[in-house]
Structures are given as C-alpha cells and as structure tokens.
Design a protein around this ligand. Structure first.
Ligand code: DP6
Length: 332
C-alpha cells in the first residue's frame, strides 16, 4: 500500500576502507572505498506513514530506539520528508540480525534498508545510484549495501555547491569475474564498542600524524585492488585488503588519544591466519571499528579456515559469509 514499505539489506565489509570524512553533514568521505556485500545478517525495515502522529516512532528489534540511534534515524527521515515534500511522521520497525555495535557494519545494512523503505513509503523517485546517495546520508558505508557483490563507493568532491557535492559521491557494483571468496567472521567479543566509528574517524583525521599517509596509500591500494578483482586474483585481493585495514588501525593507534579496537583475541586470530598462510592457504584478514576479525579466503577453504580460527579463539563465534545481494523491497 502507498505509505507503507518494507526493505531488506545486508551488511558489507570494506576491503579498501572508508575512514575519514571531508564533509560531516553530507557524509562525503576523504577516499574511495571498496567492499563486499554479505549474504548473512540481513536487516529488515518497515516504514509506515502515520498522518496523525506528531513524531516518528522507531523500534529496533522490538524496542523503542533511544539516544544517538533515534536522533540519527529521525534526522534521516527529516531529509526524506524534505525531499518528498511530505510532512507525515513515520512508524519504523527494524529487525537486525547483526550483533549491533560489534564492528559488523550494522549501520550499513540498517541505513540501506531504511533508505529504500523510506524512499518507497514517501514516494521518492530515483534509481539505485540516487538511493545509494540517500543511504550515504544515514551512514557512509550504507551507500555500498544498496548493491550486491563487490561495490565501489566514489568519494566525490566537496564543493560550495551542495547539490553538486552530494551527487558526486555514490556507490556502484564492480565486476569481479572468477573471484569466488568466503569471508570467515570471528566475533571475538559481541559487546558494544568503546568509541563509535563516527567519533573515532573524526579524531583520527583531526589528530593522527599517520592519517594523510594512509589516505594516500589507500588511493593507491584501490587502483591495485580494482586490477586484482578484474583479473580474478583473490590472493592479491586479500593481500591488498589486509595491508589497507592494518594501516587504518595504525592511523587510529597514532590518534591522540589513541583509538584501539584490537583485543588480545583479535591478535590470536591474526596469528592463526599467518599460520594458515604458512600452510599454503590464501587467507587474509580485515578489521573494522571493533575487535572482530574477518578472514577473506577462497570459498573452497572456508571450512578449514573457520576450524582453525575456532580452535585458536575458542570463545569466539565463527560465521561464514559469501557475496550477497543488494537492498530490495519485500512484501513485508
Ligand atoms: C571501519 O559507515 O559506520 O567500517 O558514515 O560515520 O556512519 P558513518 O561511519 P560508518 O563507518 C564505517 C567504517 C569502517 C570502514 C568501512 O566500512 O569502510
């Protein structure tokens, strides 16, 4: 029905990271990033317009949203209302299967699903690229979860012309013929993180002497990554992703005060992956704003990698993901 839409979206894990904004309000990143959308941990979000309500009503996993989450969702809905020319408040119900706040990109699937459902409910016109730009305003990484498989998010150009700046930064799918990866996810600690990625990235840009060198090397990594994907070289993809992610964590360790997401169990998993490589398995790590470790490897080796990780870090929960689909509307 008009004014009522449900969408599902999956998280994505960046192989070339997004870390640092050039415009906070428009959520313009300083560098391009490249990710893989997953086939696990979907978020399903329903948006219904309520002509009688005086404010938005948002539940996350059946509980009323509070604090920063509620503020960000309402600010996002305000943007959709402004663009659609409609003033109704909304009832939003979101079911998230990602452990929230554990550095597993729940804001990516969350805002991608919210953007699609809200755009449909409020009758916003636009193609997938426009949807990616809209999702970006909720959370940068959400721009990538609009698409499935491997996805490139263009940083675009900050500009005095707001419309021009906004339209320059969007994601699009990247072809990767012959690449058949799995991502083994070790959830070493599913508790909430100490510093939000939003705050940590701001602090890194403002205070880390390693930030600019990392951003420059990340731009070079992206060029190599696209070439590796294009020739179907998964080992090279993994090698580039690993150095890009560890470099990002180095920029945070050098921030003042330092931001450290790695936990002892994270390092234990990193060691297990080094051991696997010595045994000839093309396994490489990436890490986000949390202690969990994601291991990229050939799909045929996923079980072996998962076993090795589970043995090394017995307190962790291990999940196996493959490339998954983009955001889509469902029947609710
Ligand atoms: C480490 O997209 O959550 O996962 O735009 O402030 O909402 P905001 O940040 P967010 O940051 C993700 C950071 C990362 C790397 C990545 O996904 O590229």
């Amino acid at each position: 029905a008009a004014g009522d839409a449900t969408a599902v979206a999956h998280p994505n894990i960046a192989l070339i990271k997004y870390w640092g904004k050039s415009d906070e309000r428009l959520v313009l990143p300083r560098t391009d990033s490249l990710s893989m959308t997953l086939d696990i941990f979907p978020t399903t979000t329903r948006v219904r317009l309520d002509p009688h309500a005086g404010e938005d009503s948002v539940t996350l996993g059946g509980r009323p949203a509070t604090g920063e989450a509620a503020r960000r969702i309402t600010a996002f809905l305000d943007l959709v209302r402004e663009r659609s020319g409609r003033g109704e408040r909304a009832v939003v119900d979101s079911e998230n299967t990602v452990p929230t706040g554990a550095g597993l990109a729940s804001s990516a699937s969350g805002f991608a699903a919210l953007a699609l459902a809200a755009a449909a409910a409020y009758g916003l016109e636009g193609d997938a690229r426009a949807l990616s730009r809209l999702a970006r305003r909720g959370s940068g990484s959400a721009s990538r979860s609009v698409f499935g498989g491997f996805v490139l998010w263009h940083a675009g150009q900050a500009s005095a012309d707001e419309e021009q700046a906004d339209s320059s930064s969007y994601a699009e799918p990247v072809a990767a013929p012959g690449v058949d990866p799995a991502l083994v996810i070790a959830v070493v600690n599913a508790g909430p993180k100490a510093v939000s990625s939003r705050e940590a990235m701001r602090r890194t840009v403002d205070t880390s002497p390693l930030y600019e060198p990392w951003a420059a090397s990340s731009r070079a990594d992206l060029v190599e990554m696209r070439a590796a994907l294009g020739r179907g070289d998964l080992a090279a993809v993994g090698e580039i992703a690993e150095r890009n992610a560890l470099g990002m964590h180095a920029t945070m360790l050098a921030a003042r005060p330092a931001v450290r997401y790695m936990a002892p169990a994270s390092l234990t998993v990193l060691d297990a992956v080094l051991q696997l490589r010595q045994e000839g398995v093309a396994a490489y790590v990436t890490m986000d704003a949390g202690p969990n470790v994601k291991v990229l490897c050939p799909r045929a080796q996923a079980q072996r990698v998962a076993r090795a990780v589970a043995e090394a870090a017995p307190d962790s929960a291990v999940h196996i993901a493959a490339p998954g689909p983009g955001a889509r509307l469902t029947d609710g």
